[in-house]
Design a protein around this ligand. Structure first.
Ligand SMILES: [Mg+2]
Length: 415
């Protein structure tokens, strides 16, 4: 059997005005839904980025995969590399970190191939990755400071969250609704003093929830060390307080709080230096740019060997990505931290039936072979129409922030 057809559908998912150190989320998050169809009619699903370079890479590589045996994943990678000479990254110039196009595209097609393999074998994808070692995958609440509404719109159901007390309210709603047992705060938004106060108030309100903060490199080394001292014994880990391996190593040397990253260790080549410089203790995996689900389990093994922890990063995403995250998390023995997910902020999906429902902050493996999710074509059509209608074809949180505050400037570090 072989791959006979590939369909790529860019979609725009309505998003909330969530703040970070570079601006605010635009009204849509862009993704691509991938369908790989074999000559026997078996369909594999995938989901990846929807930015211009990622979509272009997917479109250029897809024709080269016609005729591929969906079990031949090494050949899949070779064909992707051959189809994308020059490789490059996927992110806009304004991005602080970039992801290798060939890894992104390999992953985007590997997941549907694993979905196909699982369907043919009648087994969940987790079984193709060594089998699930946990029955439910725990996720963390992903807390964001936010505006009440997008430009010209009425307030969303979460309202404005721009103070420590409002953030405690957001956290209560997240925990009550989804049962999350860990809390992650997107930082680098308010003055560091207010973010320290926010974490301390979260600690008071949730004495048993592990806490993390991730300012996306929005702090100077001095600010980061100062904050780390104030939050010692409060944080489970500190995520990307500063930008660059050297700066991370300086902060790491000054605090017992373990540092985590999804910004300085993005590829296998970067693990050795991070280990040598003691810059990070926890690597955040993300199958979309690490090269796929199998590569993510390899990352887990390498981290185990080096004594590093593994947790999981997330971007705004749909249920196909979430299903893939659950399978790989379930099959990574040393993924011992609750995973990130933006799913509660998304509110819409393209999968058939009910959206994923968290119980006590956890999600079970979807039932059924492969990824265990199928495509609802009507839902896909709605999000595809959003993509066609919107002028937005690239993420730019800073440009959108300028519509709220014309004086706003992109500064990394900001504080
Ligand atoms: Mg991060």
């Amino acid at each position: 059997m072989c791959v006979a057809e590939i369909h790529l559908t860019p979609v725009a998912i309505p998003d909330k005005p969530l703040l970070n150190c570079k601006g605010v989320h635009q009204p849509y998050a862009l993704r691509t839904v991938i369908e790989v169809i074999c000559d026997d009619g078996t369909v594999g699903l995938g989901e990846s980025y929807g930015s211009i370079k990622a979509l272009d890479g997917l479109r250029r590589a897809a024709p080269a995969l016609i005729g591929l045996d969906p079990f031949h994943l090494h050949e899949l990678k070779s064909r992707v590399i051959a189809a994308l000479p020059g490789g490059g990254g996927i992110n806009a110039k304004s991005a602080v970190a970039d992801h290798k196009l060939t890894d992104v595209v390999t992953s985007a097609f590997e997941v549907p191939c694993l979905d196909i393999q699982g369907k043919l074998l009648g087994r969940p994808v987790a079984d193709l990755l060594g089998g699930a070692v946990r029955s439910g995958v725990p996720f963390s609440a992903y807390l964001f400071f936010k505006f009440a509404a997008h430009i010209g719109e009425a307030s969303d159901e979460w309202g404005e969250v721009l103070t420590p007390d409002a953030m405690v309210g957001e956290a209560r709603k997240m925990v009550e609704t989804y049962g999350f047992r860990s809390l992650k705060l997107k930082g680098g938004v308010l003055h560091p003093g207010l973010e320290i106060e926010t974490i301390l108030k979260l600690r008071e309100a949730f004495p048993n929830h592990p806490l993390r903060i991730d300012p996306n490199g929005g702090w100077t080394v001095e600010t980061a060390i100062n904050i780390a001292h104030k939050l010692e014994n409060v944080l489970e880990y500190l995520e990307d307080p500063v930008i660059g391996m050297d700066q991370m190593a300086k902060v790491a040397a000054a605090t017992p709080i373990p540092l985590a990253t999804n910004m300085i260790v993005l590829e296998f080549d970067q693990i050795a230096e991070a280990f040598r410089t003691n810059a990070v203790k926890i690597v955040l995996s993300d199958h979309h740019y690490w090269g796929g689900l199998r590569a993510s389990t390899h990352l887990g093994k390498i981290c185990e060997t080096l004594g590093l922890g593994v947790s999981m990063h997330s971007n705004s995403h749909l249920g196909i990505t979430l299903a893939a995250m659950i399978h790989v998390a379930a099959a990574t023995p040393n993924l011992s931290f609750d995973c990130d997910t933006h799913y509660p902020w998304t509110g819409v999906d393209v999968i058939e039936g009910e959206p994923f429902a968290f119980r006590a902050g956890k999600l079970d493996l979807p039932i059924g072979p492969g990824l265990g999710v199928s495509l609802d074509r009507q839902k896909l059509a709605v999000l595809s129409a959003h993509y066609e209608e919107t002028a937005m074809k690239e993420r730019d949180d800073t440009a959108y922030m300028k519509l709220f505050d014309p004086a706003y400037e992109r500064r990394v570090p900001r504080w």
